[in-house]
Design a protein around this ligand. Structure first.
Ligand code: ATR
Length: 286
C-alpha cells in the first residue's frame, strides 16, 4: 500500500483578505520550527463560510484563523468553544482535533501579553479609556476586566454599542458608556491607559489620517495603545507622543495572538522574534 505523505494545511478565513499579514509571519514560524505545513489566505465571502468550515474537518487541515467579518458567524458551526471565546462570542482561531472543531479567542491573550510585556503595564486597579465598541473592543474590555481594572470608560460613535459592551463587563467596579466626542469625554479623572479599537487612523480605511483624540485630551503620564498596526505610527500615537504620553502600536498584539494560535495548532512554543521580523517585513519594508 502506498502511503501519502501530505503536508498539513493552515489558513486564514476572512473577507476581504488583502491586508492580512498572518500568512507571512505564520509561515515563517512553521518553517523555523520545521513543521511541514503551509499557511494560506482563504478569502471566503459570507455565503461560503459553512462550506469552508466543513472543509476544515479534513485530516490534512490543522486549523485556521478567522478574521473580519466572520469571527461571530463561525461560532455555531463548531463542536467546542473555549471559555473566553464563549464569553466574548467571537472566535479567531479554530483547531481541528480529528474532525472535531474547537473555537478559541486568542485576541484577548495577544492584547494582554502585548500590554504587559511591550507596554510594561499592570492593569490592576487602573483607570482605562476604550475607544470603540466593536469586535476588537470586546476582547480588549474582557481582558482588562479580568485583569482587575478599577474604572473603564467606553467611548463609541454609536453610543448604544458602547452601552451594550459596558453592560457585558459587570466585573469592573465603575463602567461608563459615552459618545466619542470631546464633550462626552470630559469629567473623568486622568486615564492611566487609553486603547484605540476603532478603525480611525487605519491605512486604507475611510478614517485614514484621523485621530480619535486631540492632544489636550491625552494625559501626559498615560499609556496610549493603538491596536491598529498600519501605519506604524498612527495619528493617535503621533498625538499621544506630542502630549508626552507613552505609546504602544498594534503589531505586538497581532504577533502574540498569532503566537497563541500557533501553540494551539502545533503544541509548540511560537518563535515570536521570527514572527515579529516576518510581520515587520510584510508590513513596512515593501
Ligand atoms: P472590529 O471587529 O475590528 O472592532 P467593528 O466591529 O466594525 O470592527 O468596529 C469598528 C469600530 O470602529 C466601531 O467602534 C466603530 O464605531 P461604530 O460602532 O459607531 O460603527 C468605529 N469606527 C469606525 N469608523 C469610525 C469613524 N469614522 N469614526 C468613529 N468611529 C469609527
Amino acid at each position: 500500500m502506498r502511503t501519502e505523505i501530505m503536508s498539513k494545511l493552515l489558513g486564514i478565513i476572512g473577507y476581504p483578505l488583502g491586508h492580512s499579514v498572518s500568512p507571512a509571519f505564520q509561515q515563517a514560524a512553521l518553517d523555523y520550527c520545521g513543521v511541514d505545513a503551509r499557511y494560506e489566505a482563504w478569502e471566503t465571502p459570507p455565503e461560503g463560510v459553512p462550506q469552508r468550515v466543513q472543509w476544515l474537518r479534513s485530516p490534512e487541515v490543522l486549523g485556521a484563523n478567522v478574521t473580519v467579518p466572520h469571527k461571530e458567524a463561525v461560532l455555531p458551526l463548531l463542536e467546542g468553544l473555549s471559555e473566553t471565546a464563549r464569553r466574548i462570542g467571537a472566535v479567531n482561531t479554530i483547531v481541528n482535533r480529528a474532525g472535531r472543531l474547537e473555537g478559541h479567542n486568542t485576541d484577548v491573550a495577544g492584547f494582554m501579553r502585548a500590554l504587559r510585556e511591550e507596554g510594561g503595564f499592570d492593569p490592576q486597579g487602573k483607570l482605562v479609556l476604550i475607544l470603540g465598541a466593536g469586535g476588537a473592543a470586546k476582547a480588549v474590555a474582557f481582558g482588562l476586566a479580568v485583569a482587575g481594572v478599577a474604572r473603564m470608560t467606553i467611548a463609541n460613535r454609536t453610543v448604544g454599542r458602547a452601552q451594550e459592551l459596558a453592560a457585558a463587563v459587570e466585573a469592573v467596579p465603575q463602567v461608563r458608556a459615552v459618545a466619542l466626542t470631546p464633550e462626552a469625554l470630559t469629567g473623568d479623572p486622568p486615564w492611566d491607559l487609553i486603547v484605540n479599537t476603532t478603525t480611525l487612523g487605519m491605512a486604507g480605511s475611510p478614517g485614514e489620517g484621523e485621530s480619535p483624540l486631540a492632544e489636550a485630551q491625552v494625559p501626559p503620564g498615560a499609556l496610549v495603545y493603538d491596536i491598529v498596526y498600519n501605519p506604524k505610527v498612527t495619528p493617535l500615537l503621533a498625538t499621544a507622543r506630542r502630549a508626552g504620553a507613552h505609546t504602544l502600536g498594534g503589531l505586538p498584539m497581532l504577533v502574540y495572538q498569532g503566537a497563541e494560535a500557533f501553540r494551539l495548532w502545533t503544541g509548540l512554543e511560537a518563535p515570536v522574534e521570527v514572527m515579529f521580523a516576518a510581520a515587520r517585513r510584510a508590513l513596512w519594508s515593501t
